[in-house]
Design a binder for this molecule. Sequence first.
Ligand SMILES: [Zn+2]
Length: 896
Amino acid sequence: MRALSRSFATASAVAALAIAPALAAAPAPAATPAIAPVPLTEAIPSDLPRTARPSHYQIEITPDAQALTFAGKVAIDLDVFAAAQALTLHGNELAVTGASLVPTTGGKAIPLQVSADAKAQTLRFTAPAAIKPGKYRLEASYTGTIGKNPAGLFALDYPDKRTGKDVRGLFTQFEAPDARRFVPSFDEPSYKATFDLAAVVPADRMAISNMPVAKEEPLEGNRKRVTFATSPRMSSYLLFFAVGDFERSAKKAADGVEVGIVAPSGSGSQADYARDSLAEVLPWFDDYFGVKYPLPKLDNVTAPGSSQFFGAMENWGAIMTFERILLNDPATTSPSAIQNIYSTQAHETAHQWFGDLVTMAWWDDLWLNEGFASWAADKVTDHFNPEWSYSLNAIDGRETAMGMDALPTTHPVVQKVRTVSDMEQAFDAITYQKGQAVIAMLEDYVGADTWRSGLRAYMAKHAYSNTVSSDLWAAIEGAGGKDVGRIADAFTRTPGVPLLRVQATCAGGSTRLALTQDTFSLDPASRGGQKPVWPVPLLIRAGEGAPTRHLMTARTDTVTVPGCGPVLVNSGQLGYYRTLYDGAALTKLTGNFGALAKVDQYGLVRDNLSLSLAGYQGMAPGLDLLAQVPASADATLAGEIAGLWQSTYGLLEDGAPKRQLGTMIARKWSPRLKALGFDAKPGEPLTDTKLRAQLIAALGSVGDAGVAKEARRRLQALATNPAALNGPLKPTWLAVAASNADRADWELLKRQAAASTGLVERQLYYSSLGLARDPALAKDALALSISGVPDATSAPQIITSVAQGHPEMAFDFVRAHQKTIDPMVGQSGRARFFSRIVGTSTDPAMVGKIEAYGATLPADEAKPVVQALTGLKQRLANRPRQRQELAAWLKTAGRK
Ligand SMILES: [Zn+2]
């Protein structure tokens, strides 16, 4: 799954990959593979009694898209290991209308009585007498419901691209754990089985699943039965089905596999970019993992809608991705969305191996899926798009992870997951970005070739099976990767961020470093006491001297490295730790900033700003480094730095220091925007288009009058020409104009939203309505969100937009209308939604309000609320000092 995240971290300055030519073929999936008749191991958690396991499912469903219900029939081949009165399977909101158990070796069908446990999400099939061990076929007919949220079989309503009329498509989303809303099943990752899926659908609709269509039969009533080919052995959460008025744009990738983009009819060439990038990345992964992609096709299915929680899902052979990050519409797609289309597809394609072919045994090891897919995606994105400087984004990922990992509410990467709520909340920055950062650090430590050899061995050994983290470390160590298990265990099982304090002294042409290990914490109150010691891989460089690799394994250590230049401890920025230099060492680095590699420049700025914000040093050292980056910097670095100035500006309250900082930022950065121009130039690099957007956003938000005026001029042109804003900068201009909107501007935006015929465009207008700084307009945006006028998925977007500038108002509104809003975000996501809304608040009154909300939730669901509360308390504790020191720095910096 691709989580929603502001930054998409990338792995590294990746060495060009020498691809070994010979590919090991994965063991071919037999249609009905022999399963050893042993019960599941007790080492893997399970909700189900360990009496039976499935080998094959035959499913037929008949959806009624208008009534939002479906009828299903399932036959499950299973092995019963121990005599039992009943069989327990998962089932959630399914009504079983009949069930029997047929011995496959012959004999009479055994009628089964069915009872449901809604809380446990299970169905109990009870026989009149004990079921003897043996092979059976469990047959059941049932009905289920089609929801409006992506859980189970769900419906998306969207305007047809040719007629503008609302149409409905059906899709499935089963991670995690919602296959049980679709079919009675053993809905846990270690119960792998093969699947035969068939569906009865309207004759003029396209149906899509993991495998290609094997057979289509016309039925009466203008319907048809579509039967898909048998899937390989896989986990239930990877099964997929969609039906709707779709078109498919396909081509053969270099490895012979057909890749296709399934999109709403009328999408046309909007699918081209995604199709071509999918065809590019798939064969790269064949080579990298040393196992050829085993299915005959790989589709990526456009979901015309959005979720507050994820962007895409890696169903085997049939990825699903929300439209805004899959289709390239020249009228609305921004340069960062283009990069997101590429990297999201890369992430989901990596999952076809890491997750689909080899799957974590249980959700404790979800990071094996997500950390790896994130890391691998950035590796391939960087490989094919070196001009994007994707390695800088890895630093954004590191910062996101550390922001969560440095709070007392953090958790280990490998965590205990027991309940459905636990599963849903496992998809967070620790699982994704910390997981990715730790993997990048380990790859760098053992070397790219050893790392790849280990991964190839792991894939070959565990194909079509399940693993735990230690299986991976064993494979890397088997390939020659020393210390991997030890470092990986420490970083994945002990939560928190190592902090290295560094003192450097120079003598006789070498630098001697005295290192002390501590833990970086955003919470001053939890800085004392006994701290863990991690084995930390260091790559130390003193000026032009050769880099020295060192594994720090004790609380204190000394290292001597050649050279006497400025010392960089985390050279290359792949280590997951913070570095607090003594004053002299940091001054030396700041003074020689221009000589550092781009990735080190950015990493050093981010690391030191974070240390300043947390109070480990004053604000000045972090800001001095930030100010070192010239406006003429390379486009990617410049865009990131402009964004950092924008967030620094956001720390201040209205007043003289804020105005002074705004002027300073505008004076420095508007010449760069002027040089780029307000409009994209034909044929310019994507990074220039992106930088233009970032500068407009940053300058627009710090009060640059020229940018605000231009945004309003462009917005007002919409009154006479609805296409006036079309182009890659549309989202950016809209955001700037909307934040400064007066009543007339806002009404114009609202009319554009209502008149818009494209879903992505409509959502763009609706969410921009929430960005208004004017509190009266923000209030109206909230009221509009639940008025029934915007579509169901736009409503939460409007609310989160309002929360960016008015978190307290948005929170109060959501609390007051909880009964209406909970179903819009989905029951399972409501706590995370609430928590995100208060993510920027600095209002002490919110403490009590958040606590009161948290008290209404069960403990396992309240975790994100507790995290949000901890984050708020940390902001309240740190913000006064940050503001004071920032204002003091401005007094000196202003004179420079
Ligand atoms: Zn993922």
